[in-house]
Design a protein around this ligand. Structure first.
Ligand code: 5GP
Length: 184
């Protein structure tokens, strides 16, 4: 299905539905290998990671648990404090569990650095990060992404869960949003 009414707002398609599908399957297979004999708790960071999350989970051949967390950053994007506010917390404790945080995109790295610290503080046995996209140019905090989909340039992207003002999340491809739409 060609989503022309969403695609017209993009200056280009960065990753097609097919490319994403292939890579997500590879990540799922890698996680399956690495967590043999374990039952990892997969934590979806809402809302952006939701589409990636369900596809990734279904590519994993292990019993996994699903948890959801919603956060919002304090201050503006230039804030280097890395403090985020938890809007929706996990339903169950991660104490003694192998945790995999699933995020849509790592940009400055502040959000994930905070969540990682928080999960380890709660007694998770191990912690890994799965992120579909990585924009290393913008990093403010060093952060290792254990399962990375794609490294992308510093452009504002939408689709496959990623939004601009809550739109485009249902786009099947990932595209670069036309600059005139957000620089107004
Ligand atoms: P950071 O790594 O800077 O703490 O924050 C990452 C969050 O910033 C992501 O979860 C996402 O919500 C948002 N973000 C960063 N870059 C982009 C982008 O190119 N497109 C969209 N839609 N959100 C982005």
């Amino acid at each position: 299905m060609k989503q022309t009414c969403l695609l017209k707002d993009c200056s280009k398609i960065l990753l097609t539905e097919e490319e994403i599908k292939v890579r997500v399957k590879e990540l799922g297979e890698q996680i399956t290998k690495d967590y043999q004999g374990k039952e990892p708790v997969m934590v979806c960071i809402l809302k952006g990671a939701s589409v990636f999350f369900v596809d990734l989970l279904r590519s994993i051949n292990l019993p996994v648990r699903m948890e959801f967390m919603a956060v919002s950053s304090y201050g503006n994007s230039t804030d280097t404090s890395g403090v985020v506010r938890i809007l929706k917390d996990l339903d169950h404790s991660v104490y003694g569990k192998d945790v995999i945080i699933v995020e849509d995109i790592v940009d400055t790295g502040l959000t994930l650095s905070y969540i990682k610290r928080e999960m380890l503080g709660r007694g998770a046995t191990s912690l890994a990060i799965a992120a579909l996209l990585d924009k290393p140019e913008r990093r403010k905090k060093p952060l290792e992404v254990d399962y990375k989909g794609f490294t992308i340039p510093n452009e504002f992207v939408v689709g496959y869960g990623l939004d601009y003002q809550e739109r485009y999340r249902n786009m099947r491809d990932i595209g670069v949003l036309k600059e005139e739409l957000y620089s107004k």
